[in-house]
Design a protein around this ligand. Sequence first.
Ligand SMILES: [Fe+2]
Length: 182
Amino acid sequence: MNYYPLTLPITNPLNPNFVFPDVTSIPDPWTIWLPEAKDILSDEVFAWFKEIKSMPHFVHLFYGKAGRECKIHTDGIKNPVPAAINWVLSGQSSEMIWYDPLTEGNIEYVTGSKREHIYWLDNEVTEIARHQITVPTLVRTDIPHKTINNSNDDRWCLSVRFWPGKPWNKTVDMLKDYIKPL
Ligand SMILES: [Fe+2]
């Protein structure tokens, strides 16, 4: 499995003081911000991470216009980030899709996230799973994946990674008490 819907003791992941970026005039239909964890996450999130003996780290806020999608990619190059918890705040009928790579992929520098990543073209992968994220969900990010916003709403997604990072299987194990039975 490349994703696990979670039951978390968190009613609102957002810090009530957080102000969303103004997207009325941004040129890019798919944009990433990297806010400080303390600025965007609620106290409930910090309390829960403490409970699991981890820390929220490297928070991403994704914005994707209705009808758009990102490239197929992994998160990071040398040491890809294995896992994140995603809260899709709007545009919940968007889909996250995972792939088996058929090639080594192509390297690209991503301005928004200020780092390199590897991307694949559609004919360089085989789809292995897709999922609509409607509750906080543990998602695998070190294998090729992308998101399509096929909803009519702009998509905002809060994505939180773990510190210290662990391999995917160990992260799943760490969260086993919170994984919803399928
Ligand atoms: Fe990603």
